[in-house]
Design a protein around this ligand. Structure first.
Ligand code: GTP
Ligand code: MG
Length: 143
C-alpha cells in the first residue's frame, strides 16, 4: 500500500440506513480517490477471519455477528498520508468520543455499529485489501 493507500468498509448498519452515498461523498470531499470498490457480504467465518486480531475479546462475537449481518461497501482509497488522515476523518471507535463532523459522529449508532472501518497501519491495509480485491479489481494507475 506504500503509505498512500488505506482500506475501508462501510459497515452493515450504515448500508441498511442508506448512508453509503453520504459517507462516500465525505470520503471524496476529504481528497481520497476510490481505487477499488464493491458491495459484498461477509460470512461469519470471513468476518471472524477479518477481525481475527480481536479473537477472545468480550466484544468479538457481537462484532463478527454484526459485520456478517448484511452487505458492506469495501473500498481501497488513495491519498497522501491515507491511513492517518482517514482515521481522523472517521473519528474515535466509540461514536460518543468521536469529534464533531467525523463520519462516526454523524452516522454511527454505537461502538459496535460504528458505521465505518479504517485500516490502522500500512501492513493491515494491505492484508485487508487482499482479503477483498484481486489485482484486476484495483485501478491504481488512473488520474
Ligand atoms: P475498525 O476500523 O472497525 O477496525 O475500528 P477501530 O480500529 O476504531 O477499533 P478496533 O480495531 O480496536 O476494534 C474493531 C471493532 O471492534 C470496532 O470498530 C468496534 O466495533 C469493536 N470494538 C472495539 N473495542 C470495543 C469495545 O470496547 N466494546 C465494543 N462493544 N466493541 C468494541
Ligand atoms: Mg481497527
Amino acid at each position: 500500500m506504500a503509505g498512500n493507500r488505506t482500506f475501508t468498509m462501510i459497515k452493515p448498519g450504515a448500508v441498511r440506513k442508506n448512508y453509503e452515498g453520504a459517507i462516500l461523498k465525505m470520503i471524496n470531499d476529504a481528497g481520497f480517490k476510490i481505487r477499488a470498490m464493491k458491495l459484498t457480504r461477509m460470512s461469519t467465518t470471513q468476518a471472524g477471519a477479518f477481525y481475527e486480531v480481536h479473537k477472545g475479546k468480550p466484544f468479538y462475537d457481537n462484532l463478527v455477528k454484526f459485520m456478517s449481518s448484511g452487505p458492506i461497501v469495501a473500498a481501497i482509497l488513495e491519498k497522501e498520508n491515507a491511513i492517518e488522515d482517514f482515521r481522523k476523518l472517521i473519528g474515535a471507535t466509540n461514536p460518543e468520543n468521536a469529534a464533531e463532523g467525523t463520519v462516526r459522529k454523524l452516522f454511527a449508532c454505537s461502538v459496535t455499529e460504528n458505521a465505518v472501518h479504517g485500516a490502522d497501519s500500512d501492513e493491515n491495509a494491505t492484508r485487508e485489501a487482499d482479503f477483498f480485491f484481486s489485482t484486476f479489481e484495483r485501478f491504481y494507475d488512473y488520474e
